[in-house]
Design a protein around this ligand. Structure first.
Ligand SMILES: *Cc1c(COP(=O)(O)O)cnc(C)c1O
Length: 379
């Protein structure tokens, strides 16, 4: 292990110098948005629990009932005996809410990307990805062996240029972007990218991880994603407050993934309690439009008070630039009982370290005012 240990130590020392060393902190989050840590209470602006569903009583009860009825584990991969009957209900609800023919649930969003992309494209194919796309898609494309280029963030012309230069050399082509970008909270020019995908005989993959509950209205206005060129990828771990990932697409594509996506085939099904809680959460999200409304209202209350432009998403980045300074700001807020994410490279581009705030329908005005006052005193 000597060679390894020297390698580990050097790497850790290098990232520590860059203020990029990460560590785990233990939280008790039984009463979101209040989190407990080291016996102290904090208001969290760092969770993706946009509707507070992770700790909602009716959802806990649904999970509890399924645990009693079906036990803890799935027992096997879904293609063997792990396809608990709850999967069918969850997938039908997801497909109906997202308005696609079918849905397929995976172990996580990360696993969905790592499983689907290598099943959809290979070394004779082309992938064009927005520069700000989540790491899971970079990993998925690398695993696929497809040729890939990253186009400038939200820049349709940049994507088009890559298509003009390279599309003719490849068999299949996928353009990947996000409905709501995870570190910036902005949205993609989906209509224009879809037109490009069609013009160049490709598919558009939309990562909807932060869009669930928020993106449906604008997608529906464009009569999407009911379009065979669109592959929608999402997670049940954010607004849904649970765990798992999914792909919503045509019946044909889902049937293909079920047969070919390795992370689907060779991984165990989700625990039944998780499935039941996800079903209960999707029911709430599909029926209670006040949740996204309240969330965005909270985010906009903050934006207005801080003289920031208004938002359509729950994610607000405050770009600081320097990693060390970003960490200092986060720790000053921490001292005042406020949890925020200090996002640093390599998660975001060099010199764009930021405080990332996630607003939730669960926050009240007093809690948001506390954040505003603290930030105004620090910045
Ligand atoms: C969180 C996230 C994922 C991964 O989802 P998990 O279910 O947490 O694995 C994928 N894409 C984006 C944009 C995300 O923010």
């Amino acid at each position: 292990m000597q060679i390894f240990n020297e390698f580990f130590s050097k790497n850790l020392a290098d990232i520590a110098i860059l203020a990029q060393k990460r560590e785990l902190k233990k939280y008790d989050r039984g009463n979101f948005p209040i989190l407990r840590h080291n016996g102290q209470e904090f208001i969290s602006f760092a969770c993706n629990d946009y509707f507070g569903l992770s700790t909602k009583e009716s959802i806990k009860k649904a999970g509890h009932n399924a645990l009693q009825k079906y036990g803890n584990g799935a027992g096997a991969s879904r293609l063997l005996t792990g396809d608990n009957i709850l999967y069918q209900e969850l997938e039908e609800k997801l497909a109906a809410f997202k308005r696609t023919q079918k849905a397929l649930v995976f172990g996580s969003g990360y696993l969905a990307s790592l499983s689907a992309i290598p099943a959809l494209v290979g070394k004779n194919d082309l992938v064009l990805m927005d520069k700000n796309c989540h790491a899971c898609h970079i990993d998925g494309v690398k695993l696929s062996g497809a040729k890939f280029y990253r186009f400038l963030h939200n820049n349709v012309e940049s994507c088009h240029n890559f298509l003009k230069l390279h599309r003719h050399k490849f068999t299949k082509c996928i353009i990947i972007t996000e409905t709501v970008f995870s570190m910036d909270g902005d949205t993609a020019p989906i209509g224009e990218l879809l037109s490009l995908a069609k013009e160049y005989q490709g598919a558009l993959m939309l990562d909807d991880a932060h869009g669930l509950g928020f993106s449906e209205k604008s997608l529906n206005e464009q009569n999407l994603p009911l379009d065979e060129h669109i592959i929608l990828l999402g997670t049940l771990s954010k607004a849904c407050g649970g765990y798992g990932g999914y792909i919503c697409a045509s019946s044909l594509l889902i049937d293909y993934l079920l047969n070919k996506a390795r992370g689907f085939i060779f991984s165990t099904g989700l625990p039944p309690a998780v499935l039941a809680a996800n079903i209960a959460a999707i029911d709430i999200i599909a029926n209670d439009k006040s949740l996204p409304y309240k969330t965005i209202q909270n985010a906009n209350y903050f934006c207005t008070s801080m003289n920031l432009s208004k938002t359509k998403s729950p994610i607000i980045p405050i770009i600081i630039g320097n990693s060390k300074l970003t960490l200092d700001i986060a720790s000053k807020l921490y001292e005042q009982g406020l949890l925020v994410s200090a996002i640093r490279p390599p998660t975001v581009a060099k010199n764009s370290a930021r405080i990332r705030l996630s607003f939730s329908a669960s926050h009240n005005i007093d809690q948001i005012n506390k954040l505003i006052n603290a930030l105004k005193a620090i910045l």
